[in-house]
Design a protein around this ligand. Sequence first.
Ligand SMILES: [Zn+2]
Length: 391
Amino acid sequence: MGGVNRTRAQSGVSVSTGGRAGANLGAVRSHNAALVLGLLRDAGAEGISRLELAERTGLTPQAVSKITARLREQGFAAQAGRRASTGGKPRTVLRLVPEAGHAVGVHLDRDELRAVLVDLDGAVVAQRRAELDLGAGATTVLGVLARAVEELVGQALGLGDDGALAGAATLLGVGVALPGPLDHVRGVLHRVTGFPEWDGFALRDVLQARLGVAVVVDKDTNAAALGLSVRGEGGSGSFAYLHLGTGLGAGLVIGGSVHRGARTGAGEFGHQVIQLDGPLCECGNRGCVEVLCLGAVGRGEPAEAARVLGVAAANLVGLLDIDAVLLGGRTVAGAPQVYVRGVGDVLAARARREGMPGGAVPVRVAQGGEGLVAEGAAQLLLGRLFGRGDA
Ligand SMILES: [Zn+2]
């Protein structure tokens, strides 16, 4: 973690790079500061008064004043104006300063890299794209990644005199999203389907040492689901984000939080077996959703691919009783209506059979386009700043 971030941690807002904060006074203060920061963000340019902050957080006005004074000193909050109040003097209204902090989100796909720089509001400030072969070996892949991030940040924010990322004063860190399975807490990769050479690679620690800033690693599908949840796209409840690109995976949001499971291995949707003794999958099993779905895509039969995806989605809906199914990824982007209709038809048939009250679970294309995963990866850093426990 860079010096700037450490200073912020001491003064109440922390971005931790692993594990959960303990229940000590410092952590409580951090949590309250994060709550206040989140409310400032949600209030937008219009701002929010200290009294409203106290009401919404349940903190005392004195505690809120201390926190907002610190946030203003650090440059995270600013006065948005004054608002008339009944009786007493006009209330000062505060707002978030979006440009006070930035995060990089990187989407490492099997054949390309996308990197975005976002501000505290999650708005994209700069982005770049590079060709990449995820199987080219760690040295090559990390070289492409480091160069892309340094160029992105260097052009938008400027680097230190020594060209180091840590010299970018407002940079909170880098979130990296890639195909799983992987260990999100330790930042260690497992056997990425098709690229077994990454098994056991400590991506977070290696990148943190190389870039000199905080790094968080997660599956591409979880990053996308987090980004969608932050934007409120899946509602405040539960949804599944199904990503069909060069592989097939799912990001699950249950009760407003990304669900990763005990070993952060949840969401391995693509390797659910739906055909016993079916075709051999790259994972070593037979009849996985992924091998059947990608097989249909390869044969130029998107309607059949959508039907396979729909059957697997119906299993998920039956298991988790979620509110919505969101579709994304390059393959879906190539024929969005075919996939929405195909998956929707299977879910509708299931709802009719079971007489589900309210009908079938809605299916739609996730908004956010090709930057969805990279922007979600940046939220792995921002979410922690705003007190999201699932970032
Ligand atoms: Zn498989």
